[in-house]
Design a protein around this ligand. Structure first.
Ligand code: GSH
Length: 208
């Protein structure tokens, strides 16, 4: 029995759910966090002392941190070559994008996302939003450079876990009403991953 705790409007829950769907896993998702609350209960704290979403319960094996969940699911349930490349060098070229999303793209997009989606207009910090938009613009151009060689997915010709982490982040950024540099190769990749059956209802959703 597999359970993923967390509202689907969370980028981090979206990554875990998308990975589970790509792998064809059966699971239940329980809405907690955001408007659903439930993160401050003793029961949730016992599962996840960090009191964030997502949390995975895989038959009693509890794991939190979204990218660790994606890696775990891919390694445990991916047939050779799917999501989790078998060759360590190929895997590294996918795996780095999970870290990059968490440590570069995520922090860069945070101020604009929170400012524009979660903050009433009168309380917004325009300088923080502008700086965030500028930083992410540079990272989008970095990604455009990655896809400029004609590759189909972020680490080559196969869809892997790196596409999930960066796909969720870029999808949200593309939905924000901000100026963006022209990135046609990146936009084509985004279309490609967003049209996957397992991404339906996860990518392209209204931001909340
Ligand atoms: N590094 C953590 C971050 C988890 C996190 O901050 N999740 C947010 C949602 S994206 C959260 O729990 N927010 C509180 C809430 O939704 O109530 C991860 O990747 O899982």
């Amino acid at each position: 029995m597999m359970t993923i705790w967390g509202r689907l409007t969370s980028i981090n829950v979206a990554k875990a759910v998308w990975a589970a769907r790509e792998l064809g896993l059966q699971f239940e998702r329980i809405d907690v966090g955001g408007p659903y609350g439930g993160l401050d209960t003793p029961e949730y704290g016992a599962l996840n002392p960090n009191r964030r979403i997502p949390t995975l319960d895989d038959d009693g094996y509890i794991l939190w941190e979204s990218n660790s969940i994606v890696r775990y699911l891919a390694a445990r349930y991916g047939a050779a070559g799917t999501l989790w490349p078998a060759d360590p060098r190929a895997r590294g070229l996918s795996d780095r994008w999970l870290d990059w999303q968490a440590t570069s793209f995520g922090p860069a997009m945070g101020p604009a996302f929170v400012g524009l989606v979660r903050t009433p207009e009168a309380q917004r910090n325009p300088q923080a939003i502008a700086s965030s938009v500028e930083q992410v613009g540079r990272l989008l151009l970095l990604l455009e450079g990655v896809f400029a060689d004609g590759r189909t997915f972020i680490a080559g010709e196969s869809f892997t876990m790196g596409d999930i982490a960066v796909g969720c982040a870029v999808d949200r950024w593309f939905l924000l009403p901000v100026e963006r540099p022209e990135t046609p190769a990146l936009a084509a990749w985004h279309q490609r991953v967003a049209s996957r059956p397992a991404a339906q209802g996860i990518l392209g959703q209204p931001l909340q």
